[in-house]
Design a binder for this molecule. Structure first.
Ligand code: AMP
Ligand code: GLY
Length: 431
């Protein structure tokens, strides 16, 4: 098979790394890729924001399966374009990707299909939103409707903060069209959990459990980031909770979006709040998580390609998935200042130490190959250091041992990834 992966972060390196191990792969492309991906795939410079250009490449090269990493091209309809030329694509069509692309759509969808989520109101007018806040009082969560790179959600403890958020989104248009409509939502209290499932539009295969860390600094201080680390399995998502989420949330979502005319072929990522009244949906994402993929895929024993391909072709019925018993921990190495301003172009030392280790994988995110063939930083999140071990604690210590041997100027990372998660593997939900 000829396979194309779209994207160039740690998630896409993990996808390309696992796809490369499949016997069915003859040629692997990844666009735009990064320095790590370039070692295992051809990286043509396609504009992922131009679905027509990607579809033209798929047609020209005879690509059998295209795997879309990030949400933006999905929301823009890249899967529709590739399906239209009769080629398989892993990732939902634009109609289904609205679950991530529009918070208004996703909240109203959940109401239509009886899926548990926080109470909310939708506003298209700043004055009406401000009046609602005045009446209702805080705490509240204010959300931009459209994609805003994870920055369009405001947790407001006071009515002043809620007013500021509304002004920022609707009056000052800080996120342009993404804030034309907003959702004002009740603040849910509980522990957060993520849930991933692969679907062909009707059947569902849940992935192993995992947990990411979003804040920049140790003990969840500092600003939100795309993800500073992750671990798998996450045993707070036990069998009973998994069954509830599949029955009350994932099943109705997949059936609901199909009945609305948009069969979902790809991975559905549900962000949950585990409240006293049971799990409630905070958000849907229409793609794999980053850095969750960097702990999920190293634990996958079976071949990834038949799984992605069967979902893309709309028939998961004959796919069986096997997982390794080992736990995985991923520590993100970031550039100093991330998620704010940071410098690029720093040389990364000693990557070759981990070239042939079965228990450690270095997933590149923001990296590029420098003029002399050395590897340089090229983004905020630079590397994901994933380790496998017989328990979370074992994987954690292996990951941090590797981190201690790697360096670049201004390297920043969290020291508390998977700390205190002392569950050993052996009674994980997937076994
Ligand atoms: P979202 O993009 O909607 O998932 O929001 C990003 C983050 O904001 C979530 O991961 C939660 O930490 C938080 N969040 C969003 N909505 C709520 C809510 N209704 N109650 C509490 N926290 C929320
Ligand atoms: N780790 C969070 C995300 O992928 O959105």
């Amino acid at each position: 098979m000829k396979i194309l992966v779209i994207g160039g972060g740690g998630r896409e390196h993990a996808l390309a790394w696992k796809i490369r191990q499949s016997r069915s792969v003859e040629e692997l492309f990844c666009s735009p890729g990064n320095a790590g991906i370039a070692e295992i795939a051809d990286c043509p410079p396609l504009a992922s924001s131009d679905p027509e250009a990607v579809a033209a490449f798929v047609a020209r090269q005879g690509i059998d399966l295209t795997v879309i990493g990030p949400e933006l091209p999905l929301v823009q309809g890249i899967a529709d374009k590739i399906q239209a030329i009769g080629r398989a694509v892993f990732g939902p069509i634009a109609g289904a990707a609205q679950l991530e692309g529009s918070k208004v759509f996703s909240k109203q969808f959940m109401t239509r299909h009886g899926i548990p989520t926080g109470k909310y109101e939708v506003f298209e007018d700043a004055d009406a939103a401000l009046a609602y806040v005045q009446d209702h009082g805080a705490p509240l969560v204010v959300k931009a409707d459209g994609l805003a790179a994870g920055k369009g959600v405001f947790m407001c403890e006071t009515t002043d903060q809620a007013r500021d958020a509304i002004q920022k989104l609707m009056v000052h248009k800080a996120f342009g069209g993404a804030g034309k409509r907003i959702v004002v939502e009740e603040l849910l209290v509980g522990r957060e959990a993520s849930f991933f499932a692969i679907t062909d539009g009707s059947r569902v295969i849940p992935l192993v459990t995992c947990q990411d860390y979003k804040r920049a600094h140790d003990y969840s201080k500092g600003p939100n980031t795309g993800g500073m680390g992750s671990y798998s399995p996450a045993l707070h998502i036990d069998r009973e909770l998994t069954a509830t989420v599949l029955e009350d949330i994932v099943g109705p979502t997949i059936r609901g979006i199909a009945t609305e005319g948009y069969p979902y072929r790809g991975v559905l990522y549900v962000g949950l709040m585990l409240t006293e009244d049971g799990p409630k949906v905070l958000e849907y994402n229409c793609r794999f998580g980053d850095p969750e993929t960097q702990v999920i895929l190293p634990r996958l024993k079976s071949d990834l390609v038949p799984l992605l391909s069967a979902a893309a072709h709309g028939d998961l019925s004959s796919v069986r998935v096997e997982w390794r018993r080992e736990a995985a921990v991923c520590v993100t190495l970031a550039s100093h200042g991330y998620p704010g301003h940071y410098q690029k172009g720093k040389k990364i030392a000693d990557l070759e130490l981990y070239a042939n280790r079965s228990d450690i994988v270095l997933f590149h995110a923001g990296t590029r190959t420098g003029p002399g063939g050395d590897v340089r930083t090229a983004g905020g999140r630079v590397l994901g250091v994933t380790a496998l071990g017989k328990s979370i604690a074992d994987a954690r210590s292996r990951a941090y041992d590797a981190v201690a041997n790697l360096s670049f100027q201004g390297m920043q990372f969290r020291h508390d990834i998977a700390e205190g998660v002392d569950e050993t593997v052996g009674k994980t939900v997937e076994e």
